[in-house]
Design a protein around this ligand. Structure first.
Ligand code: 6PG
Length: 243
């Protein structure tokens, strides 16, 4: 298992800019790329930056977008991860409609987890007999959750199918999430984590101390690929800014 590559930048805007550049270089040599996006607030700066500066600098026709998780709400709901991505990025880039594979948050959760698993089996090439996303972009909650795998549902890290129904431990909101084995089978996994509220978890996970084993994000270890953490100084601690 490779050691993670840790990239720390002064603030969240520069994390977004650094990751956008990383993404553009990573995509350049590829004919096709399957990318699973994360939701929440952190990716918003990335999506805005990609829409502003990379609209014409990336050949979006070779990208297939998926989601690592989705809230079980309609696409026009303010909490929809797909709706947020459409508003901040998708409406500005020339990505073929057939390349955007949203999770239908409005559907019955159990049925949608099954359906989305079939979509993934159809569009995502396999490695080790399991769908292998080329790139998995993840966030991390201040409770250490990632995608919608929460600390009280650690069994989803080992679930058989590619997708499962989860529920937010506080709100009870149902979610569809990719499961641990598919996440860890990606060619490249990159966390984007910013903000002081994430710092305690980051420290526990990186130093394997405290309750680190209770945090789903700590169990994201690609079996075959690379693991990157893009952090701002608030989340990752002060270090020399990388060149
Ligand atoms: C979601 C995300 C989730 C998110 C973390 C961090 O649907 O909420 O996929 O895993 O990445 O909760 O969220 P913030 O970026 O808002 O802190």
């Amino acid at each position: 298992m490779n050691q993670p590559d840790i990239h720390i930048h002064p603030d969240k805007q520069r994390v977004a800019e650094a990751f956008a550049l990383f993404l553009a270089y990573w995509l350049k040599p590829r004919e096709r790329a399957t990318i699973a996006l994360s939701g929440g607030s952190t990716p918003k700066l990335l999506f805005r930056h990609l829409a502003d500066l990379y609209r014409d600098r990336i050949d979006w026709s070779k990208v297939h977008f998926f989601w690592g998780d989705e809230r079980c709400v309609p696409p026009d709901h303010e909490e929809s991860n797909y709706g947020m991505t459409r508003e901040l990025l998708l409406q500005y880039i020339a990505i073929p409609e057939g390349n955007v594979h949203r999770i239908r948050g409005e559907a019955d959760p159990g049925e949608e987890a099954q359906r989305y698993g079939e979509v993934i089996q159809e569009f995502v090439p396999k490695a080790n007999g399991r769908p292998a996303f080329d790139l998995m972009i993840l966030g991390m909650g201040d409770d250490g959750h990632t995608a919608s795998i929460f600390p009280d549902q650690l069994e989803l890290l080992k679930a058989e199918g590619p997708c499962a129904v989860a529920s937010h431990p506080e709100s009870g909101q149902q979610r569809i999430t990719l499961t641990g084995p598919v996440i860890n089978n990606a060619g490249l996994i990159s966390f984007l984590v910013t903000g002081a509220d994430k710092a305690p978890r980051i420290e526990e996970i990186f130093q394997k101390k405290g309750n680190w084993e209770n945090y789903p994000a700590a169990h994201i270890q690609p079996e075959r690929g690379e693991l990157h953490w893009f952090l701002d100084e608030e989340a990752g601690g002060r270090r020399e800014e990388e060149s």
